[in-house]
Unconditional design. Structure first.
Length: 232
């Protein structure tokens, strides 16, 4: 695809829209992972977490053709993202102020951000690569454009989380919903969830609902137990 032609601009617009639509999940991951860090480290976590996620996503984009051939990729990614959603919610019950929070907390947040974004980035990468139609310059532009979108979104979400803690549960629910969608859209499971029958449709949405409710119930129970044990 030649640069600056009508198809090129059309593809770039599609990529920007994809980035805008999918940036919400990434912003939630970064904000929730960084929420318990000191203010100075929060900004650092947002910036470097975004950079790390972009680097991982860039590498994934380069091998997207190979990724498409891997059976079970969406299933594994979805299960991994459910665990991330649970941990973000369960860890909200731990108190701040530990001596190792500045070091272990920062690198723990980095690990959570990069792993979660890599898992969630499967859909993003496939969407961007499809819109780019093989144009590597468009893929790079799409990744560069996504950086300020995610950084700004993370900062806004973080401020909201600090003021309204319930947003942590909402964020975990969004991640669990994304994970459920990844699982039911796995090609290996298409006979179960996409058979075109009323039963398959019920299973499709039923699993997504179970993923969301399960994460919220188990995660909140873990958080409450952590708060109770620290109170004693």
């Amino acid at each position: 695809m030649e640069m600056f032609t009508a198809p090129w601009w059309s593809a770039l617009l599609a990529i920007i829209i994809i980035d805008l639509v999918l940036a919400g999940d990434n912003a939630i991951v970064i904000a929730l992972a960084a929420r318990k860090l000191p203010p100075a480290l929060q900004k650092k976590a947002i910036i470097w977490g975004t950079v790390g996620a972009i680097v991982v996503r860039s590498a994934m984009t380069l091998i997207v053709v190979w990724l498409l051939k891997i059976p079970g990729l969406m299933l594994v990614g979805g299960l991994g993202l459910i665990w991330i959603a649970y941990k973000l919610l369960a860890d909200s019950g731990e108190e701040e102020g530990h001596d190792d929070m500045k070091v272990n907390g920062f690198w723990g947040a980095m690990k959570t951000i990069i792993i979660a974004d890599a898992l969630m980035g499967i859909d993003n990468v496939l969407g961007v690569a499809g819109a780019a139609q093989g144009a590597f310059d468009l893929v790079i532009l799409g990744l560069l454009i996504s950086i300020p979108i995610v950084v700004l979104g993370s900062t806004v979400v973080l401020k909201i989380v600090e003021r309204f803690p319930i947003v942590i549960s909402l964020g975990a629910a969004v991640l669990a919903f994304t994970a459920g969608k990844m699982i039911v859209n796995e090609k290996l499971l298409s006979d179960i969830f996409k058979a075109g029958t009323s039963t398959s449709s019920m299973l499709y949405w039923g699993l997504i609902v179970i993923a969301v409710i399960g994460v919220l119930l188990v995660g909140n129970m873990k958080a409450k137990k952590a708060k109770a044990s620290q109170a004693h």
